[in-house]
Design a protein around this ligand. Sequence first.
Ligand code: NAD
Length: 373
Amino acid sequence: MKIAILKETAPGEARVAATPETVKKFNALGATIAIEEGAGAAASYPDEAYREAGAEVLPAGRAVSEADIVLGIQAPPAMALAGAKKGAWVAASFDPFRQQELVAEYAKGGFEALAMELMPRITRAQSMDVLSSQSNLAGYKAVLTAANVYGRAFPMMMTAAGTVQAARVFVMGVGVAGLQAIATAKRLGAQVSATDVRSATKEQIQSLGAKPVFVENVAGIEGEGAGGYATEMSEEYQKAQAELVSGHIAKQDIVITTALIPGRAAPRLISDAQVASMKPGSVIFDLAVAQGGNVEGSKPDEVIERHGVKIVGYSNTAGHLAADASALFARNLYNFLNAFWDKDQGRPVLDEEIGDAIRLTRDGAVVHPKLAS
Ligand code: NAD
């Protein structure tokens, strides 16, 4: 059983899908690991560390040869898999609803594409959940980045020269990233408030010592759909929410937006008029910028200034913490394959619940129910 790890090729992608730690663990299962030269360099894992852990480090294009399984952060183009075994598995993020051409190429190439971001949110799959591991880091990094761009301090400071007021931070969208953003902003000493469409988050916000900002008494308020994800809200709700948050946003120094709806473009939470209502020098970090953005005007990997307000958003926020993000992603991949490892066959065998949820292609066809036509 050969597992290959390729150097990521997407622009700005510094993460790597295996670390020396997971190489050792895969070796212990009886798998051999081949990794492309320099694959971990941008995440501070040098080739030497992989060699010491027991991996074969090979020039670009050679690691994939005869591989049974290829691991990636972002799925490589199908042509990068030339030489892998017929029917080889590729476990990575595929962004499958927006990258249907890539999925079709995998089907054509006869590969089995396993989309890690479609891992069901069930207890036994928590340790395999790349969305959670990466969102958690992204929520933290978003606050640090906003704090860095902000021209004032976060904590209240009483000094001989006078008092510095605590920054007011508002987190919109309280999933994994939002909860970490709240916790990080609190640790930095800010006054933190937060909102979500799922009313279940109210208690979570309070338990972190932040103030919940919620629309009350509007039909269809639950906002929670299958698997604990947000659903698209009624027009009535969206209008009421926009009014409530408008007043609130105008008083904030920092806004962190994290709202996503799986399989759809990110919901628009902040309009240009709402940006204009904020004080000059305020900062907005749009964590959904790569999915179309929660904030009007936000642009991936740019700091733009509108009405004196800086709007920031990275297309790959977790990738800005490449060493930790790689370590967690790599462990998610190991936990996934290890959970299904069949000792007799010396390879993983997926069960239906998880296999059917994440498998995009098999035997030359697109098989995922949300993609197959
Ligand atoms: P996400 O990244 O899909 O979305 C981020 C947040 O934005 C969510 O809380 C969502 O409700 C919110 N949102 C969407 N539209 C909004 C709007 N218009 N206004 C304000 N907020 C809006 O979320 P996530 O971090 O992936 O978490 C989704 C759910 O999955 C949560 O309930 C989380 O606790 C749960 N979860 C479960 C597991 C597990 O059991 N294995 C693991 C991770 C997360």
